[in-house]
Design a binder for this molecule. Structure first.
Ligand SMILES: [Zn+2]
Length: 600
């Protein structure tokens, strides 16, 4: 293992429980179970009644439901955070599984409530949704109804929930255990080192082309050795989705995600088409990058190669300072909240074997503060990752004003605060640099991030669409999946980037495909939305800040469309999406100008 400046930066989870064997875990689980039983005794058969329940009665049910859910989420988050931090430890694996079973048991007791609500006829439901007493829950109640055509009967839903633990959830755990325990042997400076997946990916940002090439080949060769199992997992999960889609009457595999994202299919396809129409920006940039690297053409392992003069290494303490200053320049509110994450150890940043790769922010409930996990390897990209997760952290903190059922945002707007956080740090860093070489490095980094978030995620979504459609005809082989993956990528890279054979395994380690299908278009949505919001901030200055804070404070209390309307955003307008790309193009032009200025 290589050492980094984040060594020792581990989170302190004792605000949740003291350790995996804390007796309060069992007490909480039992308490939730008993309350769920009492809830069922009191409310079963009282919601779906002719004419509907009295509004006060429905309100009682909702607030009690929230309290039970909130209590369960404390345990569920604790066990999944322990597991993410060390998925190889048997005690954590045991706890994760035990909690999952117990939470499912309690949820099954509560299930009838939602189903009875869905069974009410439209007229009665509409009246209750608009009743003053139920105003705080009107969005939640309305939103549930949208799933009405797709719900199964209560007993069927229970069976699905229980069988999922040994079905799709188990395959998800298998995927996590395989990918988090993977190591790759790589010779560096005459010594053979064992590196994790995250460390291998970090090597693709190294200046030494031979090292990047070797890392690239070693990474995909290593993944190919687990190819059979990874293919089996993915293929099985797709089949499981297709089965459930059929049983739930979803006309296509994306509809379920669109419903939970609270966005219509039309807006998403328009966004994806506009994105594809702008792939030319990427080709122009890749050619510019080739000239900066003095290559006739870049290969896939060159796309993240450093250009200009990098601000590295960037140790964890510096990252903290920069982020706090950049957030503080926007509003002291941001700075103060972010500061708590560092001061109170709500961040786990060091690299360890068995720890989950990538980064995430968990915001358990309005009663609890969020936690952040990342794998910090001392470069600028990691600073951006921390800024990204802290953006989520700000959102999860500001929306604690909402109650549990109004707390979570759909995925479409879940990435707003995170990408906005990155923009703040990016702008802050560029403004303070006079060296054109450093500016090139910073802006190129931002462009490559935007590409990874917009273009690449669009490719990932197109790949998922085609994989789901091909799976309808039968089992997918590794070769078939690899082929579909390469095809989807070729549209983006065109002939501006050399495609490589080993890349047919490029899909195999991406957790979104396994855990949350069609997640990826939310990144496209979020990034383009933020580019446009950020432009508004530059135009409006400080006047923008309170409107933006209000958006974050609103959490998931209304639909994205309704929450964004006061900011002047209309994502049904095709011009709106193009605006984001105009921003990206202007970043590419800035690099072109700087290159001319330097005379490279
Ligand atoms: Zn995120």
């Amino acid at each position: 293992m290589t050492t980094h400046s984040a060594e020792g930066i581990r989170w302190d989870l004792t605000d949740l429980f003291s350790s995996y064997d804390d007796p309060r875990i069992e007490v909480t689980l039992n308490d939730c179970h008993h309350r769920a039983e009492a809830f069922a005794r009191r409310f079963r058969g009282t919601i779906n009644i002719p004419g509907g329940p009295p509004p006060e009665h429905l309100l009682h049910g909702l607030t009690e439901l929230e309290e039970i859910e909130e209590s369960m989420s404390r345990v569920a988050n604790y066990s999944s955070l322990l597991y993410a931090a060390d998925s190889l430890r048997a005690e954590y694996q045991d706890l994760e599984q035990r909690v999952e079973q117990r939470v499912t048991g309690a949820r099954n007791l509560l299930l009838f409530f939602e189903l009875e609500w869905l069974e009410l006829n439209d007229e009665v439901a509409e009246r209750l949704i608009h009743h003053l007493t139920l105003k705080p829950y009107s969005h939640y109640l309305k939103n549930l109804r949208r799933f009405r055509p797709h719900r199964l009967s209560e007993s069927e839903e229970k069976v699905v929930n229980e069988k999922d633990n040994t079905g799709r959830n188990a395959f998800g755990r298998l995927f996590s255990e395989i990918t988090s325990s993977l190591t790759f042997s790589l010779e560096q400076e005459g010594k053979v080192k064992e590196l994790t997946l995250s460390e291998m990916q970090a090597l693709l940002h190294q200046p030494d082309r031979q090292l990047r090439k070797t890392a690239w080949e070693t990474l995909f060769e290593g993944l190919s050795r687990h190819g059979q199992v990874l293919t089996f997992i993915y293929d099985t999960l797709i089949q499981d989705h297709l089965t459930m889609d059929r049983l739930r009457h979803y006309p296509n595999p994306m509809i379920e995600r669109h419903l939970s994202n609270e966005i219509d299919a039309e807006a998403v396809s328009r966004m994806m088409e506009v994105t594809e129409a702008n792939y030319g920006i990427a080709h122009d940039y890749f050619r510019l990058k080739a000239s900066l690297l003095r290559l006739p053409r870049i290969a896939l392992y060159d796309q993240y190669a450093p250009v200009g003069r990098e601000l590295t290494p960037f140790n964890f303490a510096q990252a903290q300072q920069v982020i706090l200053d950049a957030f503080g320049a926007f509003t002291p509110v941001f700075r103060d909240i972010a500061n708590e994450f560092f001061a109170k150890r709500w961040i786990d940043a060091e690299i360890r074997k068995g720890k989950r790769g990538g980064a995430f922010c968990a915001s358990p409930s309005p009663q609890l503060h969020p936690y952040i996990l990342c794998n910090y390897t001392d470069n600028l990209r990691d600073v951006m990752t921390v800024a990204h997760e802290l953006g989520h952290g700000l959102h999860g903190t500001l929306s604690r004003k909402q109650s549990f059922l109004n707390f979570d945002t759909p995925l479409t707007t879940a990435e707003t605060a995170s990408v906005f956080g990155e923009m703040l740090v990016f702008d802050y860093l560029v403004e303070r640099q006079s060296d054109p070489q450093v500016r090139v490095a910073l802006i190129a980094g931002k462009i490559e991030d935007a590409f990874a978030t917009v273009f690449r995620q669009n490719v990932l979504t197109r790949f998922e669409q085609i994989v789901f459609s091909k799976r309808q005809a039968g089992r997918l082989t590794p070769q078939a999946i690899g082929h579909l993956w390469i095809n989807a990528n070729e549209k983006y890279y065109g002939d501006a980037v050399e495609m490589l054979e080993g890349y047919s395994w490029g899909w195999s380690y991406i957790p979104h495909f396994i855990h949350t299908r069609f997640y990826c278009y939310s990144y496209v949505f979020g990034e383009l939305l933020v580019l446009s919001l950020y432009r508004m901030y530059r135009e409006q200055g400080k006047d923008f800040v309170p409107r933006y804070l209000a958006l974050l404070e609103a959490g998931g209390s209304d639909s994205p469309e309704a929450l964004l309307r006061p900011l002047g955003v209309d994502f049904h307008d095709p011009e709106f999406w193009q605006k984001g790309f105009d921003e990206i193009r202007s970043l590419v032009q800035r690099v072109e100008k700087l290159v001319e200025q330097i005379g490279q």
